[in-house]
Design a protein around this ligand. Structure first.
Ligand SMILES: Cc1ncc(COP(=O)(O)O)c(C=O)c1O
Length: 417
């Protein structure tokens, strides 16, 4: 057993928001769907025999307009399950957005796939077909697109590129639930998509998530590997584990709460879209402040966290000091998001690649890999000037957008060169 790391452990969910107070609303306590208690009660009164998970799956699939939903205890497991179900070979490469949460890539690593991070497109947090294209090799098998903050990636060119190379495209929709791209819902733009219903997410229930897909064979495989532990029933003998499966069913109580939250989510997402656009309009008026651009192809911005950039050279202070002043002024949770840059944050990747540890040994890997902030220079530079707050939520009203803009204007004026 190695000696414990003296640094504090990272916090997730509601714990990450503890003590965040200011002059603007925060997501906690979450607004609960009016039927949450009723559905929870059904679970309890059924003596745990209710099919609440199945009910949630059917309802979510219907809402998304797809054939299948497979519920999981989070998006990290959802994407891990997808990685397992795809059944690629160790050392195969998956192209994945460089600015994201660790949960996006955890499953790839566990399957011994190699994550390859393209750079982001200039001026935004997402990768694009142009940044992905140079990363494609003969070992590439799939592209995993993350819609960061809720801004959907420009998916049509990404899909066209993938088609040219025979690659699977799938989505991490954790931050963009019910967001929409050219009239189509995020999550329906590839072969499959993973969702998070973590309490802090837009569709906040508890530690929960799911996968959606229209592909019958993939859905069956996901249930077999993810819910049935890869086991088949053999006469007389019983369960035989044909593949190393998982036990990743969504808990019934989480299904009950998520079902209730689903009944109020559409209006909440529209409110986030309205308020994010209003706040964007206010901030565009402030010299030196550049809110995250909302592309025209995003019809509904299911904004999970709000973000802005400081124009380089416009202020005497750096983004960290600016963000600290935002917190002091009353914007809870404002901060820079450098830790989202996975090639820099996942230090074990560079260590393993450098040491040639499996799957970075040849074979299985076909070439050398490197992971650091410098492998994604555009993303690195962007994050140097980027500030976001994940306390942005559906509780925002126009007066909160005005207040936030006023606070930011004051800070900008105080720090302008
Ligand atoms: C983009 C993204 N992907 C994956 C995850 C992991 O989701 P979960 O916490 O449900 O496992 C998150 C959660 O923060 C996320 O924001």
């Amino acid at each position: 057993m190695s000696t414990p790391d003296p640094r504090p452990r990272a916090q997730y969910g509601a714990a990450a928001y503890a003590g965040m107070k200011g002059k603007l609303p925060t997501p906690f306590p979450r607004t609960m769907g009016p039927n949450a208690m009723k559905y929870l009660q059904e679970v309890v009164e059924s003596g745990l025999s209710s099919n609440m998970m199945g009910r949630f799956e059917r309802t979510f699939a219907e809402e998304m307009g797809v054939q299948h939903c497979v519920a999981t205890p989070g998006c990290t497991p959802a994407l891990a399950l997808l990685a397992a179900a795809f059944g690629f070979a160790p050392g195969d490469e998956i192209i994945v957005s460089p600015i994201t949460d660790y949960g996006t890539i955890q499953g790839l690593i566990r399957e011994n796939y190699i994550p390859v991070f393209p750079d982001t497109a200039p001026g935004t947090v997402n990768m694009s077909a142009d940044t992905i294209a140079p990363c494609i090799t003969d070992r590439t098998r799939a592209i995993l697109a993350v819609h960061l903050t809720g801004l959907v990636c420009d998916m049509d060119p990404i899909r066209a590129l993938a088609e040219q190379h025979g690659l699977i495209v799938y989505e991490d929709v954790c931050q963009a639930v019910f967001g929409s791209y050219k009239g189509r819902l995020a999550g329906t733009l590839g072969l499959a998509a993973g969702y998070s219903f973590d309490s802090e997410k837009t569709l906040g229930s508890d530690v929960g998530g799911c996968i959606i897909t229209d592909d019958d064979a993939l859905a069956e495989r996901l249930r077999f590997v993810g819910h049935s532990r890869g086991a088949v029933m053999e006469p007389v003998f019983g369960r035989k584990h044909a593949v190393p499966g998982y036990a990743l069913r969504m808990p019934l109580c989480t299904a009950a709460i998520t079902l209730a939250q689903l009944e109020i989510i559409r209006e909440q997402v529209l409110q986030r879209d309205r308020m994010a656009r209003l706040l964007t309009a206010h901030l565009q008026e402030i010299p030196g402040i550049v809110p995250l651009p909302i592309p025209d192809y995003v019809d509904v911005y299911s904004c999970w966290m709000f973000g802005l950039s400081l124009e380089p050279g416009a202020f005497r202070c750096d983004a960290d000091a600016f963000a600290a002043q935002m917190v002091e002024a009353g914007i809870p949770g404002a901060g820079t998001g450098r830790y989202y840059l996975m090639p820099a944050a996942c230090t074990f990747l560079e260590e393993n690649a450098r040491a040639g540890r499996y799957p970075y040994s040849r074979p299985t890997a076909s070439r050398e890999y490197h992971y650091s902030a410098d492998t994604c220079p555009t993303a690195k530079e962007f994050l140097e000037h980027f500030i976001r707050w994940s306390t942005f939520c559906e509780k925002y009203q126009p007066e909160h957008c005005e207040l936030a803009a006023e606070m930011i204007r004051d800070i900008a004026d105080r720090n302008r060169v």
